[in-house]
Design a binder for this molecule. Structure first.
Ligand SMILES: Nc1ncnc2c1ncn2[C@@H]1O[C@H](COP(=O)(O)OP(=O)(O)OP(=O)(O)O)[C@@H](O)[C@H]1O
Ligand SMILES: [Mg+2]
Length: 236
């Protein structure tokens, strides 16, 4: 059975693509067969990054494909153990459907109230639509100081959603690293790596916990492909 992790948010620019790329890279490094599904078929942020990575010969390569729909990404994932889905922002309709089929839904958020408030609303919507709170987790993105992290944890924690340990530090050097085709976790800078590694480890632990609860089901049961939905793998 393919494990499915989806990065979602209503708000744009809160770290979906960054963290999806980091998780796919980490999985590939550890020998897990993984695909990064770029559902943001207009921006194709993840796909462009994977192409830069491949052109620069950075190991391990990350298999990234572009899809228009969740159904297509899931139907194409039978050959991998892990599917990491990078969703576009402002996709409320799609998010509810995706959440039903994902084993773990990660909502990244910046530490400002501007970012966290809409983040909480999306989580409420998902929970109200029947998605188990146990499948939902928040990842803190672009945190500048320990005080900022503490404040963000206190705010998100009030709503009872799991906030993953660790965070991605706010750093120009991490942004540049990613522009060159690396994952943000591929920095050699120990003080940046520490909180980012903690975050990635927390994601993997949460996924293991979700998978241990997931009922056995095949990919076919997970999502039948509708004939009219044609794959848009722009990489081919
Ligand atoms: N550690 C970091 N510090 C500062 N900036 C960062 C860091 N990591 C990523 N960024 C930048 O933050 C911006 C938003 O990140 P990202 O593209 O991952 O968000 P997103 O949620 O996928 O956005 P969208 O909704 O447009 O798809 C990008 O410009 C990215 O380069
Ligand atoms: Mg994105």
């Amino acid at each position: 059975m393919t494990a499915v992790v989806a990065f979602v948010s209503q708000k744009g620019g809160v770290g979906k693509s960054t963290l999806a790329r980091a998780l796919a890279t980490l999985a590939a490094e550890t020998g897990i067969s993984v695909r990064l599904a770029d559902l943001d078929w207009k921006q194709q942020t993840a796909k462009h990054w994977a192409d830069v990575r491949a052109k620069s010969g950075i190991e391990p390569p990350v298999d990234c494909r572009v899809y228009e729909t969740t159904s297509e990404a899931l139907a194409d994932a039978k050959d991998v153990a892990l599917l990491v889905i990078d969703q576009p922002g402002y996709a409320s309709g799609q998010t509810a459907e995706l959440a039903r089929h994902a084993d773990l839904i990660i909502e990244p958020t910046g530490p400002s109230i501007d970012d966290m408030r809409p983040g909480v609303l999306v989580l409420h919507e998902l929970a109200q639509s029947g998605v188990s709170k146990d499948k939902l987790a928040v990842a803190l993105f672009r945190v500048a100081t320990p005080a900022e992290e503490k404040r963000a944890r206190a705010y998100m924690g009030e709503y009872g959603y799991k906030v993953l340990d660790g965070h991605l530090p706010e750093k120009v050097s991490l942004r540049q690293l990613q522009d060159e085709g690396h994952a943000v976790t591929e920095t050699r800078h120990g003080t940046l790596r520490g909180p980012a590694d903690t975050l990635m480890a927390a994601m993997l632990d949460k996924l293991k916990e979700c998978m241990s609860r997931a009922p056995e089901r095949s990919n076919d049961e997970r999502q039948p492909v509708r004939a009219r939905e044609r794959a848009v793998d722009r990489s081919r």
